[in-house]
Design a protein around this ligand. Sequence first.
Ligand code: SF4
Ligand code: SF3
Length: 550
Amino acid sequence: MEAQAKMFCYQCQETAKGTGCTLRGVCGKLPETSARMDLLLYATRGVAILNDLLRAAGAPQKDASHQIIDALFTTITNANFENNSLDGFIRRAFQMKRELIAKCHELGIKVPDVPEVTIEADPEDYEKLESVTGVLAETDPDKRGLKQLAIYGAKGAAAYARHAANLKYEDDDVYAYVEKVLKEVSREDISVDELVKLVLYMGEGGVKAMALLDKANTETYGNPEITKVNIGVRKNPGILISGHDLHDLEELLEQTAGTGVDVYTHSEMLPGQYYPFFKKYPHFAGNYGNAWWKQVDEFETFNGCFVFTSNCIVPPRKTATYTDRIYTLGVVDMPGTTHIEADAEGHHDFSAVIERAKKCPAPTEIEQGEIVGGFAHHQVLELAPKIIELIKSGKIRKFVVMAGCDGRFPSRNYYTEFAEALPKDCVILTAGCAKYRYNKLPLGDIEGVPRVLDAGQCNDSYSLVRIALALKDAFNVESVNDLPIVYNIAWYEQKAVIVLLALLYLGVQNIHTGPTLPAFFTPDILKVLQDNFNIATISTVEDDIKTLIG
Ligand code: SF4
Ligand code: SF3
């Protein structure tokens, strides 16, 4: 007999049975946490509805926008497993709604009488509200899938907007896209056609969010440049920093300077090594380990402390010895770890982490050697004359964009095998933690151009778009689809969703995605995407090489 559902979540690729987590998340999310996230998202839709009204009257509230992006970000896969923290987010959302309603009254704006705006609840009732706040509250599967697709895109864009805001780069336009999407998905009368448009509208907002973050990162820390990164270890104790936030990386490097503690990057923080600004810190050691999901093993051998600036944090095994050496920032939290709150100016005090790290043994070496990265748009465009010549002379046949996320399922071996099987005249363009499936393979180079060009984090997929647009001009073709560039994207969580929507918005066709299609793609949604964008799921390595490379 089928066990009774306690929750419903299908926002990531590893969702149970490929259809939805109903008893407990494959990621470790518990039903009580899922209920909190659903209520938080529901109340946040209310905040967005109100702020959208205020924006139309020329009075958007920045505090509300900040709260909205943080609420979306904290519900992203593998960011927050701590119910007390989520309770705080929910309380603040209720409070914000009250403040925005008062502001609307002050400006003579009529406040809509909809449950997203009016809802308030006590923690003991959160789970009982699932039928109203949960994913399944929308009963039409196509509308549900499209609404969630738009919300997942908003979560990805919100994450990027938060990293940009931490560097004091903000664009009210990006907030407006996110808030409009949250408002529209709350409309009961919205049609499937309108929802398809809304999803692409979110893609447009995603391009803006990634452009903003690119500007924030490169204007603050310089343009990423070709960099060899050591993957071995040094003799000092270390702090491993994970996630995507470069402002947090800067603060940690500043505060650890001269303490005898080295700083290593992990997973999506690896591209921090490519920015000129961070190279001045002699204690900025190499990159330790691989993609996020290997942390449950690799943290045992690192021996030091861990700082999480964003997803993906994984609940440690029961036997883990490192949990109390994890420190979380911003929207990340997990039971058993220490959360460091930012001060009013957004600064973190890492002294407790540093003192703890000093008492730890140095990391145990698990790998040796170097990896090469730093091929974001500025660097690649400096190499453009050479690349164009290699394409024209037939020495480079195709670029294969293999951006996105990694994940723990064995089906992900496909990406390693695909990289190995690619003809030697093909070059991989990558961004995101998907790269760990092939960035240590001896794939060689084509006349000095490495066959894996790592642009950076998942948000640096924007860099890949900039490269494609520059090549389009250089080859004088009408569309990016006429270039020798194909797309084989690996997805796992909602940042990959916004990257996909951004590519669709930009008109990129023939994208292969995998290792499985999203569970929220119903047959009808898939048909729309196939008819308009020729999107496909991965098949076998052999077949995909034939289809994509020819
Ligand atoms: Fe399941 Fe993914 Fe949702 Fe976690 S985030 S509960 S694994 S669908
Ligand atoms: Fe990876 Fe989580 Fe998505 Fe930024 S760290 S790409 S999965």
